[in-house]
Design a protein around this ligand. Structure first.
Ligand SMILES: Nc1nc2c(ncn2[C@@H]2O[C@H](COP(=O)(O)OP(=O)(O)OP(=O)(O)O)[C@@H](O)[C@H]2O)c(=O)[nH]1
Ligand SMILES: [Mg+2]
Length: 477
């Protein structure tokens, strides 16, 4: 018997003494004691099992698929995150939609003010020609007076959104692309201010009454925009001005046309932002923003039948600022994430970086992609590449812009969207192949992340792909 072995083995062992049977134990008492001990062990095992199961559930709950969105500034990272939230965290998305009204109006007003700034630039050494130059002078004088209230509206909306006085850069006449200390003239608000703004305005019921009560400033500014809307429309639709913007390569935001075309709707007192409006609204990311999506949000409905909803991990998506001055902040996230979605805006072959106008934007994307592929920290990370802004690429090709003028290696291939995409796709693919520390698969999707319908299909495929890979790796390690 085990106890007698222990007992006789080492009587000085305190444990052996404690667990030793009483002296002169009868065989009947011993049987009863052994039964009690077996029962005690059974209960102890049950408790252990329960603790283990509880721990496993907790671990599963803490477990999350972590995705990092990377790419240069204005590549479409935040727009991709919005797509994820719109599709997989619909309730919160709807709750926050009204809060974007101020950002959308700010986008609209900024575009109008940028056109006015471009008109006010010195005519002397411009290529506009003398006749046009004097005409622009006239235009500018008219519009400058009538649209002068928009300067104040721009500052008011920025303040309303929580920008500090230092964050509000006064517009500099004659230099619409002057760089701020953060590397761009673009407006930004810090994520804490934005969170506060969302907190106070979320769930707004869009009623004219509640906006007038809670955000009188927003309503007043909407009124000013409504009073200026005919002049803004005339300014935007004037063929001569469009030509001038094109010749001077005035830099308007990608969504400028979308919002200027919709000015009647946007300047209504009871305007409600739509999904598309929110998706197009540009708000530059300054700090790293983390968004969590619960498993039931991401996996309902789930196309992966092998995966019960309750077992699925939750998802965390990190959105970063993409300008050169902000890229140092990406590094600490490299060894924590399961997947990287890299956005390369391939329509930018003829554009330069705002923060460093010597650098072509497509070239910058290639340099970044090469660094991501070569990174040892990311060698085990799932890589997904979005060749983004397909719609703008198509538009540029339709307008006759020759790719080989900006990308001499493109040579005499046809100046057609499909050929350009095929060529660039291969270049990005080659980088994965030659620069990755270990062989890996990279999923490449041509995208227009502002196209919500197409993105719904892409995101489902991305989700399932990431999950499949995540599970495969979880089994291995
Ligand atoms: N037409 C079009 N516009 C796009 C597309 N992707 C993004 N945009 C627009 O481009 C602008 C920049 O997009 P963001 O998602 O804010 O870019 P980002 O990568 O987050 O930029 P940072 O925050 O500065 O790093 C926004 O106005 C978007 O609406 C696209 O595929 N097509
Ligand atoms: Mg962003």
């Amino acid at each position: 018997m085990a106890f007698s072995v222990v007992f006789h083995h080492d009587a000085t062992d305190p444990l052996a003494v404690i667990s030793a049977p009483p002296p002169n134990e009868s065989s009947h008492d011993r049987a009863a004691r052994e039964e009690r001990e077996v029962e005690a062990q059974r209960i102890s095992d049950l408790i252990d099992d329960e603790i283990r199961a509880e721990r496993a559930v907790r671990k599963k709950e803490e477990e999350s698929v972590k995705i990092l969105l990377l790419g240069q500034s204005e590549s479409g990272k935040s727009t991709t995150l919005k797509n994820f939230r719109m599709r997989f965290a619909r309730d919160k998305w709807i709750e926050e939609r009204a809060s974007w009204r101020a950002v959308i109006l700010l986008n609209l007003v900024r575009s109008a003010n940028t056109i006015l700034d471009a008109l006010s630039q010195d005519m002397d050494e411009e290529q506009d020609g003398l006749n046009d130059a004097s005409k622009f002078d006239d235009y500018y004088r008219q519009y400058k007076v009538r649209l002068s209230p928009l300067q104040a509206v721009e500052s008011n909306l920025k303040r309303l959104l929580g920008a500090t006085p230092e964050d509000i850069q006064p517009r500099k006449q004659n230099s619409p692309t002057t760089l701020s200390p953060c590397g761009s003239s673009e407006f930004f608000i810090r994520s804490r201010a934005w969170r506060n703004f969302i907190q106070t305005t979320r769930g707004h019921e869009f009623s004219k009454h509640s906006f007038e009560r809670d955000l009188p400033n927003l309503v007043d500014n909407t009124e000013v925009i409504a009073n200026c809307k005919d002049d803004i429309k005339a300014l935007w639709m004037d063929g001569l001005i469009q030509d001038m913007l094109w010749r001077r390569r005035t830099r308007l935001e990608d969504s400028a046309g979308f919002f200027l075309d919709a000015i009647d709707r946007l300047s209504a007192r009871d305007y409600e932002p739509t999904d598309d409006d929110v998706l197009r609204a540009r708000l530059r990311t300054l700090d790293i923003q983390e968004h969590e999506m619960k498993r039931h949000e991401v996996f309902s409905p789930c196309s992966l039948n092998t995966f019960a909803d309750t077992d699925a991990p939750k998802w965390k998506i990190f959105d970063v600022g993409g300008s050169r001055t902000q890229r140092h902040a990406w590094l600490p996230y490299f060894d924590q994430v399961n997947a990287v979605i890299f956005l390369a805006p391939i329509s930018c072959f003829d554009e330069r970086l705002l923060e460093d106008p010597r650098v072509n934007r497509l070239e910058d994307s290639f340099i970044l992609w090469k660094a991501i592929c070569s990174s040892k920290l990311l060698s085990g990370t799932i890589l997904i590449l979005f060749l983004n802004k397909m719609d703008i690429l198509e538009q540029k090709i339709r307008n006759g812009i020759m790719v080989k003028r900006f990308l001499p290696s493109y040579g005499d291939r046809p100046n057609e969207t499909n050929d350009v995409v095929k060529y660039l796709r291969q270049k990005f693919k080659d980088t994965v192949r030659y620069c990755s520390p270990e062989p890996r698969i990279c999923h490449i999707y041509p995208t227009s992340v502002t196209d919500t319908k197409a993105m719904a299909v892409t995101l489902t495929s991305v989700r399932d792909g990431i999950l499949r890979e995540y599970l495969k790796r979880a089994d291995l390690f």
